[in-house]
Design a protein around this ligand. Structure first.
Ligand code: NDP
Length: 321
């Protein structure tokens, strides 16, 4: 099945409706050849957007992705790559949990250095920072673009109100505007995308690159019978996810969804990813994988999208209600 490319909101940039990100996996689970195999499996299937962040694996994720892309020899114009700034890598003042101008201007240079690139295509403010005036952040992000270090900027998990205000500030001062938001979106986590941001799609042409389409693996059905060895719930440092992944109520919804997937002749992971991509306000669904087999399985969700008729969508809705 051919990859579908969608405009990133109101921009002219086209991104594959399924993309690939490196949170958790690059570093603790994947490096070197294994990372390369996953990236090239995605690229060969038409994925053109690869998501990363400064904070992933303390900077290692950017290094691994940068090295892999160089080794694969991809032409720079054939892929879109992102990073995200906010959490920081240092522990001192102005080095973490901030979107102040000083941090942002130095952090982007660090990311470019680790990736081995002159520019990223997308740079996100990884969270909102109530301690920095919005105008300062908007100005710094716009300057980052003017300096050629990034082509577009956006936000991740910002309240709609702050996002709208940032856009208005940029409009008022003729600065580069935020064009994309990166929220969590999956069958069990829908409010922000479906309700809170609803006025922004038409209103400011907001694009979305959404994360955790499988709710960290829960929506693959792998936690229905306990915690499989080697899965995300077993990783040191991710204990906080274990309760979510083994939650009985949520797994009951997952069991109901599994029946629908069985009837459609696809895996639950494919159904869950296809369901996210079915939302026309989503520009790209960022998938994650700890193994190349998962990449193949997940990208085949493209074939499931046509099977999500109104009737099937209504049954899915009932299963998670
Ligand atoms: P998912 O919810 O899809 O979880 C992916 C994980 O689920 C994999 O690493 C794997 O973990 C498991 N999995 C994937 N496919 C399958 C399958 N077919 N069968 C069984 N298990 C499977 O996405 P992520 O949470 O990884 O998020 C995707 C991307 O979104 C990230 O890489 C990152 O780029 C972005 N993101 C952004 C955030 C933000 O704040 N902006 C926050 C989080 C993510 P395992 O095999 O180890 O169990």
């Amino acid at each position: 099945m051919e990859m579908e490319y969608r405009r990133l909101g109101g921009t002219g940039l086209k991104v594959s409706v399924l993309s690939f990100g490196s949170w958790v996996t690059f570093g603790p689970q994947l490096a070197g050849n294994l990372a390369e195999d996953c990236l090239s499996a995605a690229y060969d299937a038409g994925v053109n957007f690869f998501d990363n962040a400064e904070a992933y694996a303390g900077g290692e994720s950017e290094r691994i992705m940068g090295e892999a892309i160089r080794s694969l020899g991809w032409e720079r114009n054939s892929y879109v790559i992102s990073t995200k700034l906010f959490w920081g890598l240092g522990s001192g003042v102005n080095m973490r949990n901030t979107l102040n101008r000083k941090y942002l201007m130095q952090a982007i240079d660090g990311s470019l250095d680790r990736l081995g690139l002159d520019f990223v295509d997308l740079v996100y403010c990884h969270r909102a920072d109530p301690d920095t005036p919005l105008e300062e952040t908007v100005w710094a992000m716009s300057d980052m673009i003017s300096a050629g270090k990034a082509l577009y900027w956006g936000t991740s998990e910002w309240p709609a109100e702050a996002l709208r205000e940032a856009w208005d500030i940029a409009e008022r001062h003729h600065l580069h505007k935020p064009v994309v938001e990166q929220p969590q979106y999956n069958l069990l986590w829908r409010d922000r995308v479906e309700q809170e941001y609803a006025p922004l799609y038409e209103g400011i042409g907001l694009g979305l690159t959404t994360w955790s389409p499988l709710a960290s693996g829960l929506l693959s059905g792998k936690y229905l019978d306990g915690v499989p060895e080697g899965s995300r719930a077993t990783l040191p440092g991710y204990e906080w996810l274990r309760d979510l992944l083994t939650d009985a109520d949520r797994n009951q919804s997952v069991a109901r969804l599994q029946e629908i997937a069985d009837e459609l002749g696809c895996t639950l992971a494919q159904l869950s990813i296809a369901w996210c991509a079915k939302n026309p306000n989503v520009s790209s669904v960022i998938t994650g994988a700890s193994r190349v087999e998962q990449v193949h399985e997940n990208l085949a969700a493209l074939e499931v999208m046509p099977k999500l008729t109104d009737e099937v969508m209504a049954r899915i809705q009932a299963a998670v209600a």
